[in-house]
Design a protein around this ligand. Structure first.
Ligand code: 5GP
Length: 205
C-alpha cells in the first residue's frame, strides 16, 4: 500500500471511449473518480454531480480566482476544471484517484505533481474515431470536426505522456490501465512508510 494514493490522468481523443473505460476502473477496481466542473451545456444523459458539475462562466472564473482548481483548460469553446479539494482529500486518505481530462490539463497536473501517472488512450484508428463520434449522435458535424481537429493537434504532445493504451476492447483496456497503476504503486519512491518500517525492522532484530 502506498503512503498516499496515486494520481492517474487519463486523456484521449473525444469519442475514444475514455468515459466507459474509466467507469469500468471505478466499478471493477475501486478507483476514485474526480468530477470536473464545466461551462459546457449538459448533453442528453448527463447528470449533475455524476458526470460534471455544470456551472456558468462567471462561477468558473470565480473558482479560478479562489485557486479552487488543481488545473483547468479551455476545450472547443468551453472551460473544464478539476476541483482541488476532492483530489487532495482522496490522495491524503490513500485512495487512488483518476482524472479524465484533456492533454493541456494533464501536462499542468504533471508540473504540479511529478509523481502523477499520465496515460493516453487512443482509438484503433482515426477513421474509427470519426465514425464513433458520428454514431454517438450527441454533437453536430461542426462540433465533431472541431473535436477531430483538436485531436490531430493534441497528438503532437503525446511524447510528454508516460503510457499509451489502445481502446479496442473496454475490459482489456481497463485491465491494462489497472496493471500500469498497480506497478507504479509498487515503486520504492511511492512506498516511503513501508520502506522505512522494513529498514527499522531489520536494524532492530
Ligand atoms: P466532453 O465535453 O466530451 O465531456 O469533454 C471534452 C474534453 O474535456 C475531454 O477530453 C475531457 O476529458 C476533458 N475534460 C473533462 N474534464 C476536464 C477537466 O477538469 N480538465 C481538463 N483539462 N479537461 C477536462
Amino acid at each position: 500500500m502506498s503512503d498516499r494514493g496515486l494520481l492517474t490522468v487519463i486523456s484521449g481523443f473525444s469519442g475514444c471511449g475514455k468515459g466507459t473505460v474509466v467507469g469500468k476502473l471505478v466499478d471493477s477496481y475501486g478507483y476514485s473518480l474526480s468530477i470536473s466542473a464545466t461551462t459546457r451545456n449538459p448533453r442528453d444523459g448527463d447528470v449533475e454531480g455524476v458526470h460534471y458539475f455544470f456551472i456558468t462562466k462567471e462561477e468558473f472564473k470565480d473558482r479560478i480566482e479562489k485557486n479552487g482548481f488543481l488545473e483547468w483548460a479551455e476545450y472547443v469553446g468551453n472551460y473544464y476544471g478539476t476541483p482541488k479539494d476532492y483530489v487532495e482529500t482522496m490522495l491524503a486518505q490513500g485512495k487512488n484517484v483518476i482524472l479524465e481530462i484533456e492533454m493541456q490539463g494533464g501536462l499542468k497536473v504533471k508540473e504540479q505533481c511529478p509523481e502523477a501517472v499520465l496515460v493516453f488512450m487512443v482509438p484503433p484508428s482515426a477513421k474509427e474515431l470519426k465514425s464513433r463520434l458520428v454514431n454517438r449522435g450527441t454533437e453536430d458535424m461542426d462540433t465533431i470536426n472541431r473535436r477531430i481537429a483538436r485531436a490531430s493537434e493534441e497528438i503532437d504532445y503525446i511524447n510528454d505522456y508516460d503510457y499509451i493504451v489502445v481502446n479496442d476492447d473496454i475490459g482489456r483496456c481497463a485491465g491494462e490501465i489497472h496493471n500500469i497503476i498497480t506497478c507504479e504503486g509498487k515503486k520504492v519512491i511511492n512506498n516511503g512508510e513501508l520502506t522505512e518500517r522494513i529498514k527499522q525492522d531489520f536494524k532492530n532484530i
